[in-house]
Ligand binder design. Sequence first.
Ligand code: CA
Length: 226
Amino acid sequence: MTPVILIIEDEPAIADTIQYALETDGFETQILSLGRPVLERLAENRCDLIILDIGLPDINGMELCKLIRAQYTLPIIFLTARADEVDRVVGLEIGADDYVVKPFSPRELSARVRAVLRRTMGPAGHPAGASGFIIDTARHRITYCGRILDLSKYEFNLLETFIRRPGQVFSRDHLMALAWEDPCCSMDRTVDAHIKNIRAKLKAVSPDTDPIITHRGVGYSLKEDL
Ligand code: CA
């Protein structure tokens, strides 16, 4: 699959130059001249990396980055006109994957894009976690098809259990023992209710796939390859 790069830059001459360089190198590109529409765009279209100008007319690029990061984990490369912004951009607060300072060479930017994608995508060019799930243990969150899932504690525990052993069928008792601190106080049906919620949240991200399989009278498993 050709990586799709979203260029968010309000100066047409710069955006066009970047687009030309990236497409010459075999990437697919889209351009946005304003920052705010980006969340809507990401909800509707696949995007593998964002090139984000800090000086946008409608929102500061760093603020926009925080909004994107609240929902998505995709890599972001910043364009900045000021070298003194660089510390904030690469610092923990904003957490850019890379940056270039204007004026820059489009070929250099394209090389950076390739390097960041190599770091963040698997060897076959698929995002890390072939099943579409990525567990971020440090932040206690799970990403599905690039979207951070909003999960309750038990939903997180259940889904993590499945992801760690795809294909394995878990009984309700087994799931409760693994995911609940005090399993004896919960009812069997609670597992079903949580699975139902998880399914709804996965469906909201990817409507056409249901990665959780119900084994009637037995329990649940996660599909091995999605
Ligand atoms: Ca600008």
